[in-house]
Structures are given as structure tokens and as C-alpha cells.
Design a binder for this molecule. Structure first.
Ligand SMILES: NC(=O)c1ccc[n+]([C@@H]2O[C@H](COP(=O)([O-])OP(=O)(O)OC[C@H]3O[C@@H](n4cnc5c(N)ncnc54)[C@H](OP(=O)(O)O)[C@@H]3O)[C@@H](O)[C@H]2O)c1
Length: 262
């Protein structure tokens, strides 16, 4: 790791009440970052905040609501940025899966998934990006790299490799993949790193929320396991964020070693 301390960073992590988001919040905090944690289940966030002690603020609410997005960014600036510095390590992780395909999945869950995986991600990329761009106004050249500024989004291997068994969920992650690379090209030149992390199978609450068929899942995991843990993903995020400001690890795919596909 280039710089193992993130002690000068102000982070936001969405979907931090469980799984990958919780592990990212813990790892960033362990490396010294101040963190604003978000998810809908306030009691889980409060328990996490309590276990971490200082340098944590809780903003509970739906990550797609404008009020939640503004509250996360305002809290980060007010509590950890001395009222003027914006959050500079925004991890857009809140999301959900859905078993089945465009043909077979439960259509009643489509809108919630699209809202969380795509609309919430786009809104926070936009709001955080606008604020960080404002901080960069008037600067040129190396002055734009006075400190690291990151927006890191959770994609998926099924957002890069077309899978016949998750075309609906995979479609949301293809969206995120394209959006992140487009925004990277747009605001990277202004010193803001916009990055994608694309994990394969990770054990978390994800599989239950998605409603995967137990026998199918057991078959996959027996074949490719052991699968990744949330801490494996968190280590990668901390590695990306801790690079010097002039270095951008913009896209990482990580899989269980025995996962051949997707
Ligand atoms: N697990 C995998 O195999 C895998 C693989 C590739 C990519 N991913 C991606 O990684 C991310 C995290 O997944 P995970 O495996 O950690 O799943 P998880 O254990 O189910 O955690 C999902 C988190 O997102 C939060 N969340 C869901 N909807 C939300 C909303 N509308 N507003 C705010 N928070 C919301 C949940 O908290 P609340 O219920 O408290 O709101 C929870 O904290 C997702 O984007 C997922 O697509 C997962």
C-alpha cells in the first residue's frame, strides 16, 4: 500500500449496515478516515458507530432520497470538514440483487432495484461530483492534486460479462459500469478519481435479499468456493483510496480464485 493512512480523509459509505459496506466503513475507519455511514436500518448503523467510537456520523435513510444525499454530504462537511471541506472519499455501495432474469425475475421488485442500484448511485455521483468540482474551481495543473478526491462505486462481474442467469440485476451493474467510466473521463482531468470495484461472489445478506434459489446457490458455491468475504472487497477499496493523488487505480475486478465465470 502506497500510503497506509487515510487519516486526512472524509468518507461517506452508503449501504454500511451490512456486508461489503459495513466492512468498507470499518476498514476506512481503521486506516484513520472520518466516516459518514448510511443505510435504511438506523439501529444497525448506530451499533456500528458505537463499536467504532469516534470519527463516525450516522445518516439513516434511503440512499435514493435527495434529503438523505444532501444530509450525508452536509454532515461530512459540517462534522469533519470544518464547515468548508467536502467529503473526499465517497463510496457508493448501497445496492441489491434480484434472482432470475428479465424473463423470470419478480417484476414487482424491478423499480426498487433500479432506484437503489442506478438512480441512487447517479444522484450521489452527481451531488458529490458537483461539490468536489466547486472545490477545484480556479485551480490548474498540479494544484488540482493537492489532496486525493475519490468517488468509488460498487459494480459487479455481471456488469461487465453478460450472464444468462442475471440479466436484470446485471443490467443495473452494466449501467453503473458505463456511468462511472463516463464520469471518470469527464472529471478525472479536474483531479477527481471516479472508480469502479467489480466483485464476483461475496458472502453477505445480498443472496437472501436477492431471493436466490438455495439449491442453485449451494451448487455454485460448492463448485467455486470459498467465495469472497466483505473484508476482501474492503481491502481493495482502501488500497485504491490510499494511492497518491496523481495515481488512479480506476477499475478493479476481484473474484474468488475458483470463480471462472461471470
Ligand atoms: N454480494 C455479492 O456477491 C456482490 C457481488 C458484486 C457486487 N455486489 C454489490 O455490492 C454492494 C453491497 O452488496 P452486499 O453484498 O454488501 O449486500 P448486503 O449485505 O445486502 O448489503 C446491502 C447494503 O445496502 C443497504 N441498502 C439497500 N438498499 C438501500 C437503500 N435504498 N438505501 C440505503 N441503503 C440501502 C443495506 O442496508 P439497509 O437494508 O439497512 O438499507 C445494506 O447495508 C451492492 O451494490 C451489490 O450489488 C455484491
Amino acid at each position: 500500500m502506497a500510503d497506509t493512512t487515510l487519516s486526512n480523509r472524509i468518507a461517506i459509505v452508503t449501504g454500511a449496515s451490512a456486508g461489503i459496506g459495513e466492512a468498507i466503513a470499518r476498514d476506512l475507519h481503521a486506516h484513520g478516515a472520518s466516516i459518514v455511514i448510511n443505510a435504511r436500518r438506523a439501529e444497525k448503523l448506530e451499533a456500528l458507530a458505537k463499536s467504532l467510537g469516534s470519527r463516525v456520523a450516522v445518516v439513516a435513510g434511503d440512499a435514493a432520497d435527495d434529503s438523505t444525499i444532501n444530509a450525508m454530504l452536509d454532515t461530512a462537511r459540517a462534522k469533519f470538514g470544518g464547515g468548508s471541506r467536502e467529503a473526499d472519499l465517497v463510496v457508493i455501495n448501497a445496492g441489491r440483487g434480484l434472482g432470475g432474469t428479465v424473463i423470470t425475475s419478480d417484476i414487482a421488485q424491478w423499480e426498487e432495484m433500479l432506484r437503489t442500484n442506478v438512480v441512487a448511485a447517479a444522484k450521489l455521483i452527481r451531488a458529490a461530483g458537483q461539490r468536489l468540482l466547486k472545490e477545484q474551481e480556479g485551480k490548474q495543473g498540479e494544484a488540482l492534486l493537492d489532496r486525493a478526491r475519490d468517488i468509488i462505486v460498487l459494480g459487479s462481474t455481471v456488469g461487465r460479462h453478460v450472464s444468462p442467469f442475471s440479466s436484470m440485476y446485471g443490467g443495473t451493474k452494466f449501467n453503473v459500469h458505463g456511468m462511472v467510466e463516463g464520469v471518470r473521463r469527464e472529471i478525472g482531468p479536474r483531479g477527481i478519481r471516479v472508480s469502479l470495484v467489480e466483485p464476483g461472489f461475496v458472502v453477505s445478506e445480498f443472496q437472501g435479499v436477492a431471493g436466490y434459489d438455495d439449491a442453485w446457490l449451494k451448487g455454485v458455491w460448492d463448485r467455486i468456493g470459498p467465495v469472497l468475504t466483505p473484508a476482501d472487497v474492503a481491502r481493495v477499496v482502501s488500497f485504491m483510496a490510499s494511492q497518491p493523488p496523481a495515481v488512479h487505480v480506476n477499475d478493479v475486478m476481484l473474484r474468488p480464485t475458483r470463480q471462472d465465470y461471470p
